[in-house]
Design a protein around this ligand. Structure first.
Ligand code: AMP
Ligand code: GLY
Length: 423
């Protein structure tokens, strides 16, 4: 089989490595991939937003299956375009991808179908938004409606911060058209859990839960990033809470999308907060999380390609999906200064026999050398019989990977260990 994977980060590298475990997979093309992914797939220099070129490539290369992994092409209709030329895909079509691409759409969906989430109001001009903020006060959360590289949400502890966030989105237009509308929502508290789920439009199968670490610095300080590390499973997510989420959030969401004529096929990502009033949705994503994928897929024991095909064929209910009961930890090595200013272009050295999976996120290859190229450079991922063991192994391996100005958090998984009663 010949497969294309659309995307270029650590998540895509983890997906590609997992797909390669299936002996029927002959070739994987990564569009565009990166210098590290090039060790496992053929990288093709087609950008993720160039939908006509993606569809044309797939057609001329007689591709058997496509995995659209990143949000931009999903929002732009890559799956619709690939399906139109007869190529089966893992990923939602453009109508279903709205669940991530428009916060206003997702909030209205949750309200209509009684899916628990923060209460909210929507504004299309800054004056009304600011008047509302003055009326309800802080803390309060301001979110740009559209895609914003994970940077569209501001948790404002003061009215001034909330006003500044509205100003940035709607007047300075730092997110472009994504800030035409803003959602202003109630501030919630509680541990966060990520749950990724396979969906075929009708059936939903949750994967093992995980926990992201979004802030740049130890102790959850510093600015929000794309994610500095992950662990799985998330110990806050007990079997009781999982059952409650299935009943009040997961199944109602799948049914709601069906009822709206937007059946969701692909990976539906639930960003949850376990509030004192029960689990609530922070956000939906229409794709695998990054770096959640780098801990979830190493724990998947069933064949990924078979499951992805079942999601495309509406046969997920008859397809086994089994996860190991081990734990996993992924530590992200970033360029120091990420997410603001950083230098890159430094040679990366990874020991040949490193006892870990290394997923490359931002690197280019020059001659035979891999050079850092970007903020998040790579993820070092390990499994273990316990969370403690997975974390220790990931840190031991991370210490053996080098590039100038490498930076990583030292406390990935610490809150999870606290939840388990360590410390
Ligand atoms: P989002 O871009 O919607 O995933 O939000 C980014 C982060 O902001 C989340 O992971 C939460 O930590 C935080 N956040 C978002 N919405 C809320 C909320 N309503 N209350 C408290 N924190 C929130
Ligand atoms: N790790 C959060 C995301 O993928 O959006």
């Amino acid at each position: 089989m010949k497969i294309i994977v659309v995307g270029s980060g650590g998540r895509e590298h983890a997906i590609i490595k997992k797909l390669l475990e299936n002996p029927d997979v002959e070739t994987i093309y990564a569009l565009p991939g990166n210098g590290g992914i090039a060790a496992d797939a053929q990288c093709v220099p087609i950008g993720v937003k160039d939908i006509p070129a993606i569809a044309a490539f797939a057609q001329t290369h007689a591709i058997d299956f496509a995995v659209v992994a990143s949000d931009d092409p999903l929002g732009l209709g890559a799956v619709d375009a690939l399906n139109a030329v007869g190529i089966p895909c893992f990923g939602p079509d453009q109508k279903a991808a709205q669940i991530e691409c428009s916060k206003v759409f997702s909030k209205n969906l949750m309200k209509k179908y009684n899916i628990p989430t923060a209460s909210y109001a929507v504004f299309d001009n800054a004056d009304d938004a600011i008047a509302y903020i003055h009326r309800v006060g802080a803390p309060i959360v301001v979110k740009a409606d559209g895609l914003a590289l994970g940077k569209g949400a501001t948790v404002a502890m003061t009215v001034e911060q909330a006003e500044a966030a509205v100003h940035a989105a709607m007047v300075d237009r730092v997110f472009g058209d994504s800030g035409n509308r803003v959602v202003i929502e109630e501030y919630m508290t509680g541990p966060e859990v990520s749950v990724l789920a396979f969906c075929d439009g009708e059936t939903l199968v949750p994967m093992v839960s995980s926990m992201d670490h979004k802030r740049a610095l130890d102790g959850d300080a510093g600015p929000n990033t794309g994610g500095m590390g992950t662990i799985a499973p998330n110990p806050y997510y007990t079997p009781e809470i999982a059952a409650q989420c299935m009943e009040t959030i997961f199944l109602p969401t799948v049914r709601a999308m069906q009822a709206e004529g937007r059946p969701f096929r692909g990976c539906l990502y639930f960003g949850l907060m376990l509030t004192p009033n029960g689990p609530k949705v922070i956000e939906y994503n229409c794709r695998f999380g990054d770096p959640e994928t780098q801990v979830v897929l190493p724990l998947l024991e069933s064949d990924l390609l078979t499951i992805m095909q079942a999601c495309a064929n509406t046969t997920l209910a008859q397809t086994p999906v089994k996860f190991s009961d081990k734990a996993a930890c992924c530590v992200i090595l970033a360029s120091d200064g990420y997410p603001t200013q950083y230098a890159s272009g430094f040679p990366i050295t990874i020991p040949q026999n490193l006892d870990a999976q290394v997923y490359i996120a931002g690197a280019k290859r020059e001659a035979d050398t891999l050079l850092s190229a970007g903020g998040r450079v790579l993820g070092v991922s390990c499994t273990g019989a316990t969370l403690r063991e997975a974390i220790d192994r990931a840190y031991a391996a991370a210490a053996q990977v080098h590039f100038e100005n490498a930076y990583y958090r030292r406390d990935i998984g610490r809150r999870a260990l606290e939840c388990e009663g360590e410390f």
